[in-house]
Design a protein. Structure first.
Length: 322
């Protein structure tokens, strides 16, 4: 792997040598692949614009995120600035580097939108965004080129699977009872957690130690937090949309005022659950913090998909789906 690392560091240096004028743009493209961006953008899409597309993209993000956590733990690979302290890093990351989650999620997310909307120009924009998001991570010094390429490849596979099987699976699931749908969502979230738990356990049981030159950077990398966040949110999303559909669903149509208020009210709920419970629940790498993190993000997912739309209906900010 040393040859990959040496080449990658030179590649990063080459990108950065093109000029600091890139920095702002690269940070913007990188932001388009962050948890914060998706937390702000996907609820807007689901509550106000296109609930079917919003749910599809949100579920896809959680599946991709959980699998990315597993791959990172399995490969437990460094980031460029971890092994070369002379390299300029424009961001700091505590997880392992391979594969790039930004690159993987960008292909899956923007590709899913393009596949749903079925427009050639949207495919072009989606491809360009996925490319630029991946390149931005290299420029910022947080990923090697092979991290990004691996992320693109894994994201493409996940996108193909979702495009191929989403409709038949969702149609079959819709015919099941509410209790069965929630049970299946729970089982799916647990199944997705198995790979990261296996990789985490393997690292712990083998007493793996990071090389001395980047051990300090990797001190928080052997963690299940990312996987629990994605899997818990997935459970909440699927349970919430199943429950909401049983209530008759909701329509994203409405006046600009209604849509704006939906977004504000809904986002306040997301932030209250995320940060309110974070202040109460213990943190760390142990069973109780893991369980409570899973629960916290399951509640966030349920709020987004079910709780907030139900409140919108009660406040007359939305109507039932026709």
């Amino acid at each position: 792997m040393q040859s990959f690392y040496d080449f990658g560091i030179q590649f990063v240096r080459g990108l950065q040598a093109l000029g600091e004028w890139q920095t702002l743009w690269m940070k913007i493209f990188s932001f388009l692949g962050t948890e914060e961006f998706y937390m702000l953008g996907l609820p807007l899409l689901y509550w106000c614009l296109n609930s079917a597309l919003g749910m599809r993209m949100a579920v896809l993000l959680m599946v991709s995120g959980t699998l990315n956590s597993a791959f990172k733990l399995f490969f437990h690979a460094p980031r460029p600035y971890w092994i070369d302290n002379t390299l300029q890093a424009f961001a700091e990351e505590t997880s392992f580097g391979l594969p790039s989650g930004h690159a993987q999620n960008a292909v899956a997310m923007w590709g899913s939108m393009a596949a749903h909307l079925k427009r050639n120009w949207i495919w072009l924009i989606a491809s360009l965004l996925a490319f630029l998001i991946g390149i931005s991570r290299i420029y910022l010094g947080v990923h090697f080129p092979h991290d990004v390429v691996a992320g693109w490849l894994i994201g493409t596979i996940i996108l193909w699977l979702v495009v191929s099987f989403w409709q038949p699976i969702s149609s079959w699931t819709a015919k099941q009872s509410l209790s069965r749908q929630i049970l299946y969502a729970f089982v799916l979230s647990l199944l997705l957690l198995l790979p990261p738990i296996a990789a985490f356990s393997w690292l712990k049981l083998s007493n793996w130690q990071a090389p001395t030159d980047w051990a300090a950077f990797a001190s928080q990398a052997v963690s299940l937090e990312g996987a629990l966040t994605s899997a818990g949110t997935l459970l909440g999303l699927l349970a919430g949309v199943a429950w909401m559909n049983a209530q008759g669903g909701f329509s994203t149509q409405g006046t600009l005022r209604q849509q704006t208020l939906r977004y504000v009210v809904g986002l306040v709920g997301v932030l209250a659950i995320r940060y309110g419970l974070k202040a109460i629940f213990p943190d760390g790498e142990a069973w109780l913090p893991w369980l409570l993190r899973y629960l916290r993000y399951a509640l966030i997912g349920f709020w987004v998909a079910g709780g907030a739309p139900w409140l919108f209906l009660k406040l007359r900010l939305a109507v039932h789906r026709l």
